[in-house]
Design a protein around this ligand. Structure first.
Ligand SMILES: [Zn+2]
Length: 310
């Protein structure tokens, strides 16, 4: 059997694989968690297992199907990702057409990356298939914000949460990516358990400066009157909106769990911003951007909404 490549996620994979190993097929799963916690790797691994030709010890890693997965050349696996910021109904329709014909192999698996970027009509198109999936089809919805998905979609899927990794685990992954031990040690805590983020930080020389920009802007956000002056400072993060929503979402988590650690979360707390309100504001922001609302407007609403009492 080919082992799962991320050691830190072995227990979770065992749990996900239990129904697969007993032959029960779960047709739709949401893998929710921060980027770089192994969600997509896990989806590919489950897909490979489902498609493997071996009788036992799946995924075997050597059969024709497993070799196609290894070479990223498996027609059994279709991946859909935002283009560039949104997943539109046309893309979902094309995808569904692709799985409407019975495959030559055993199964057909679909990975939808950043599934929360599907606009509502795209989600509704997918919903119809999730309600009555072909018996050979399995869907993996990868998302950082499962609550942005329509409740009707969520109710059709098994939700699996990918918790952040330990700092030591992130450090190890960074070192395996060629980052020096010393740098890996200093970057790991910044990534808050997300290997993907740690790798992004290690390759982004401007990361400290970007977080500093956000921190300085937020220091001045105390009442609704401040939105007009803070807005333009946030507008500078237009090219880093994912980072913006990630950093604020982390702060919301810290505030909600009363575990304030980062200077940004501390600043927001001092300014009286509530964790739940902040989380709602971030979800609203992501939703607006997925529906093509302008960055400037979405960012202003983000600021207004986080100031609202819950
Ligand atoms: Zn195989």
């Amino acid at each position: 059997m080919q082992p799962f490549p991320i050691k830190a996620r072995e227990a979770l994979i065992t749990q996900i694989m239990r129904p697969v190993r007993t032959g029960r097929i779960v047709h739709a799963m949401i893998f929710a968690g921060p980027a770089g916690t192994g969600r997509k790797t896990a989806a590919k691994y489950v897909a490979q297992t489902l498609c493997c030709d071996a009788k036992a010890g799946r995924p075997c890693g050597v059969c024709a199907s497993c070799r196609r997965f290894r070479d990223s050349n498996a027609p059994e696996l279709i991946t859909l990702a935002p283009d560039p910021k949104e997943i539109k109904i046309e893309a979902v329709r094309a995808l569904l057409e692709g799985i409407s014909l019975r495959p030559e192999g055993k199964m057909k698996c679909v990975i939808i990356e950043e599934a929360d970027r599907m606009n509502p009509s795209a989600q509704n198109a997918l919903l119809k298939t999730l309600e009555e999936p072909p018996e050979y089809a399995v869907f993996f919805l990868i998302t950082q914000h499962p609550s942005v998905l329509l409740p009707t979609i969520r109710s059709r899927c098994t939700l699996v949460r990918f918790a952040p990794l330990e700092d030591e685990e992130v450090e190890e992954i960074l070192i395996n990516h060629g980052v020096s031990e010393e740098r890996a040690h200093s970057i790991a805590p910044m990534a808050r358990g997300c290997a993907g983020k740690a790798i992004a930080i290690s390759g982004d020389a401007e990361y400290p400066q970007k977080t500093e920009t956000l921190l300085n802007a937020m220091k001045d956000l105390k009442t609704e009157r401040d939105v007009a002056s803070v807005g333009p400072a946030i507008a500078g993060m237009r090219d880093d909106e994912k980072l913006l929503s990630e950093l604020l979402e982390e702060c919301a988590q810290e505030l909600m769990h009363e575990d304030v650690r980062t200077p940004l979360a501390r600043t927001l707390q001092e300014n009286g911003i509530d964790g739940a309100a902040l989380m709602q504001a971030v979800i609203g922001f992501v939703r607006m951007r997925a529906s093509n609302v302008s960055f400037q407007y979405a960012a202003e609403m983000l600021l207004y909404n986080m100031l609202k009492p819950v």
